[in-house]
Ligand binder design. Structure first.
Ligand code: IPE
Ligand code: IPE
Ligand code: MG
Length: 250
């Protein structure tokens, strides 16, 4: 049975988030510059996006550039931003053809002008699409997001728009950049690293984690399917007890 056929289609995660890691190592293995890996990472993005949409995933969030990635050498940052501009422009038609809405989270205003402009244009153009929401995390980090939320909540309390007693889980969610998007049920990280690197810390409270040694440029839709099969075999208890599992171990 193909890996895709092993997926139980009425128990899909609604939201899958991916930490796309390992581009630099992929390039190095072939004696090439890091940028070569980023360029080949685009094919992995394309195939994963198509695979997710084909399966019926509603939200796919990709960690593309972190706040901390600004600490990389300027030459890599500039080349990455250039790649982003070109890729967004080139892929907008594919997004339209596949009815995919583009979204971005992160400090988008800190991106170079042309990058920011192209990104906003693609977001506007695809705003009416409804099959899947593809969110790119760009200049994103969870601590940046949570700090920003706290500042905005404090300001609203100060301005009398909000009462401090009204602050609860669901209010905090509304101040996050992911407001309106369900928490990811599944978080994938490639390249054999077992860490979260400042990604969606609030939202992954109860996410299932899937780690693979594959380096991002080698990741394809079959790897996504495999992660979903693994997810569907997990026992999600959310702090409670699952009667069937309990019976087995009683
Ligand atoms: C992930 O690949 C892409 C970004 C973080 C932009 P890396 O560039 O982190 O590649 P490695 O982890 O050094 O191999
Ligand atoms: C995480 O990868 C960020 C992205 C994938 C965009 P990094 O390569 O930046 O993370 P660390 O440095 O290994 O934690
Ligand atoms: Mg890395």
């Amino acid at each position: 049975m193909s890996i895709k056929n092993q997926i139980i289609t009425d128990r899909l995660p609604r939201h899958v988030a991916i930490i796309m890691d390992g581009n630099g190592r992929w390039a190095k293995k072939q004696g090439k510059l890091r940028m070569f890996g980023h360029q080949h990472g685009v094919a992995a993005v394309r195939d994963t996006v198509e695979g997710a949409a084909e399966l019926g995933i509603e939200y796919l969030t990709l960690y593309a550039f972190s706040t901390e990635n600004w600490n990389r050498p300027a030459i890599e940052i500039n080349a990455l931003m250039e790649l982003l501009v070109n890729t967004i422009s080139k892929e907008t038609k594919t997004l339209m053809d596949n009815n995919i809405r583009l979204n971005a989270i992160g400090d988008i205003e800190s991106l170079p002008g042309r990058c920011n402009k192209n990104l906003k244009a693609a977001i506007d153009k695809t705003a009416g699409n409804s099959r899947m929401t593809l969110t790119l995390a760009l200049s994103y980090s969870s601590r940046w997001e949570i700090t920003r939320a706290i500042k905005n909540i404090a300001q609203d309390v100060k301005d009398g728009k909000l009462n401090a007693t009204e602050i609860n889980d669901s209010l905090v969610e509304k101040y996050l950049t992911t407001a309106g998007i369900p928490d990811p049920e599944l978080l994938i990280r490639t390249s054999g690293e077992y860490r979260v690197s400042n990604f969606l810390l609030w939202q992954i409270a109860y996410s299932e984690f899937y780690f693979t040694n594959k380096l991002w440029p080698d990741f394809r839709r079959e790897d996504l399917f495999e992660s979903i099969v693994s997810y569907q075999n997990r026992d999600r208890r959310f702090g409670g007890v699952n009667e069937s599992t309990n019976a087995k171990h009683a």
